[in-house]
Design a protein around this ligand. Structure first.
Ligand code: XMP
Length: 621
């Protein structure tokens, strides 16, 4: 149904912008090359380097050393494989003889050690998420960093157990004795942790030391002028065609849409908003209002499509199947809109706000393992890509870079500072189950037979959840103990990928809870919408909303005969969605919140997700 019609003869908004290009570096001659061994964070490394003012590019790990002769610094990324796996990614060993300095990160470190004559082994105890790193000696890599333990982010089970000749250990953690190594003479360095992720404190300084102190790079890139570069790229990619967008009201599609408006003029850009029925409470009204502001006299077309999406999801439990069907339905709706709005007759292509993590987690980057299918990468869209009928101006950027571009474009802060919300909407926060099962007692608490998606060692996992007994210290609002225990349990077991605890004053005995068969229904979505709206209201009113990057609220089919579902709170801190730290809520906010949630009809328990990413993903799916 068409709620409003797109206007013609619209003028592009004129936001203030410095149009000087950001790029001074010569393409193909980047000072820094990141060799991609398939890691989740590979492009994040390249982007962190650009943020430090040096243009960097990503190349396949097997790139011959001769093609890297111009580089001052080579960084070998992390990856999902084991260096001993058949056919696992490698690098040309001659890169270690180039004048460039080399930094191996995670798998990159292990690869360097193996190729240079050391040893890497799988050990019983992995390290996922938070770890405490102790630098040693006087390495230039840690220049300016106090010799005290610092928080780092890890994701590994393989570990270096013997160093190659000429190397020394320059740091360790309780679990990993060779957490940082170096051969200053060869200019080769390695860290087992991920300096590129925001949860590694001092990670930025470590990269800075490597680039400027060790490799001698010079600044040649200005991140504050990216919007102008993106507009040039849009004009080049689109040519004389027009662009239509399926906008979501989120930061990504809004920024991409606005960039296209600026680059092409409002006559050549249209926005369509599909109400899938998987939206949060009040969302459609909000979107209408915001786009009226952004587009000036431009308006958007709103398509109400809830019944189609609901019928597609009938009986579906598997997360990937949910995503596939939603993606497919999006294309169906899209086709309908294309015909009624005559986008197919003319010279139109599809614009999307896809950002880099969407691509990498769908297995789109060279070797990254498939963690899940994002709906803007399903088959039909792949076909449009193959036909060259798509423009994705943000495809190389991370969320915080997108916000920065949004600021450069003058998009209002209330929209830019909104928490990100996934395209498939509440469908991936409404957990389904095809079994009836009871929680099983295990070490640390109860194993809940609810499966959720996770990411461990850069690979997808789909496993049950540990319901940990709530530590007494939590009553006083002390979260540290709960988080430490949760991390310990996860590192020691492969039986689950998440840890939750019960919160609130009316916790039901676990023996009374059971998992039931459940799929996505209007009733469950309405229940989730209500819970989500309560959480958002309390979070905003208490100021907690500003302390977290995202606050998913998940409905799980764990309950009793009268109260069939439970709700999971998952507030996390992140910068780019690639890694995340679960955040503890102040008790004075959590207590009344859980009381309000218990009052929603059908809710048996209120759970709190203590899992960081990795090993859990942010969404449960
Ligand atoms: P995960 O669950 O993988 O989520 O840790 C990382 C970030 O991505 C968001 N997300 C999506 N965003 N389309 C989107 O636009 C999607 O299909 C999608 N799935 C997850 C998620 O909310 C988190 O911010």
């Amino acid at each position: 149904m068409s709620v409003s019609q797109p206007h013609s003869n619209r003028n592009a908004p004129t936001f203030p912008l410095n149009d000087t290009p950001a790029r001074e570096a010569i393409p193909g001659r980047a000072q820094v090359v990141v060799l991609d061994t398939g890691g989740q964070y590979c492009h994040l490394i390249a982007r962190k380097v650009r943020e430090l003012g040096v243009f960097s590019e990503v190349k396949p790990s097997e790139t011959p050393a001769a093609e890297l002769a111009h580089a001052k610094a080579i960084i070998i990324s992390g990856g999902p494989c084991s260096v001993y796996d058949q056919g696992s990614p490698s690098v040309d060993p001659a890169i270690f003889d180039l004048p460039a300095s080399v930094l191996g990160i995670c798998y990159g470190l292990q690869l360097a050690v193996q190729l240079l004559g050391g040893r890497v082994e799988k050990v019983a105890r992995g390290e996922f998420g938070k770890a405490s790193f102790q630098p040693m000696g006087e390495s230039p890599l840690f220049h300016g960093i106090p010799p005290a333990p610092a928080q780092v982010w890890m994701s590994h089970r393989d570990t270096v157990t013997a160093l190659p000749e000429g190397f020394e250990r320059i740091g360790s953690t309780g679990t990993c004795s060779f957490a940082a190594i170096a051969s200053e003479a060869r200019g080769v360095y390695g860290v087992q942790f991920h300096p590129e992720v925001v949860h590694t404190h001092r990670g930025k300084e470590i990269l800075e030391n490597f680039l400027f102190r060790i490799a001698g790079c010079q600044r040649d890139w200005d991140p504050s002028r990216v919007a102008g570069v993106l507009e040039d790229e849009i004009r080049a990619a689109v040519g004389d065609r027009n662009v239509f967008f399926f906008i979501s009201g989120g930061v990504d599609s809004t920024v991409a849409f606005t960039l296209c408006l600026r680059a092409l003029g409002a006559d050549r850009v249209r926005g369509i908003y599909v109400d899938t029925g998987m939206m949060r409470k009040g969302e459609t009204a909000f979107v209408k209002e915001i786009f009226a502001q952004i587009g000036g006299d431009a308006s958007i077309h709103i398509e109400l499509a809830e019944p189609w999406f609901l019928s597609q999801l009938e009986g579906v439990v598997d997360p990937e199947e949910k995503r596939r069907r939603i993606g497919q339905e999006f294309l169906e709706v899209q086709n309908r809109v294309l015909e009624t709005e005559h986008f197919l007759d003319g010279n139109w292509i599809l614009g999307q706000g896809t950002i880099y993590p969407d691509t990498i987690e769908s297995g789109g980057a060279a070797k990254a393992d498939l963690i899940k299918t994002h709906h803007n990468r399903v088959e039909g869209v792949q076909r449009l890509i193959a036909e060259g009928r798509i423009v994705e101006p943000l495809h190389n950027l991370y969320k915080d870079e997108v916000r920065e571009v949004g600021r450069q474009l003058g998009i209002p802060a209330p929209l830019l500072d909104r928490h990100p919300f996934p395209g498939p909407g509440l469908a991936i926060r409404c957990l389904c189950s095809d079994e009836v099962a009871v929680p099983q007692p295990i070490a640390g608490g109860w194993l809940l037979p609810l499966h959720s998606v996770g990411v461990q060692g850069d690979s997808r996992s789909y496993k049950p959840v540990l319901l940990m007994s709530t530590p007494a210290s939590l009553a006083a609002g002390e979260w540290e103990d709960a988080y430490e225990r949760a991390t310990d349990y996860i590192n020691a077991s492969t039986a689950f990928n998440r840890v939750v605890i019960q919160v609130g004053d009316s916790q039901p005995p676990v023996e009374e809870l059971r998992v039931r068969k459940a799929t996505i229904t209007r009733e469950r979505l309405d229940r989730l919408r209500e819970l989500d709206a309560i959480v958002r209201r309390v979070s905003l009113e208490s100021g907690f909303e500003e302390r977290v990057w995202q606050f998913p609220v998940i409905l799980v089919p764990l309950g009793t005969a009268e109260k069939p579902d439970s709700v999971v709170l998952r507030p996390i801190h992140s910068v780019d969605g690639m890694t995340a730290q679960s955040v503890g809520m102040p008790m004075e906010v959590l207590r009344p919140l859980s009381k309000a949630l218990f009052e929603v009809p059908g809710i048996a328990a209120v759970l709190y997700d203590l899992t960081h990413k990795p090993p859990g993903t942010i969404e449960w799916e």
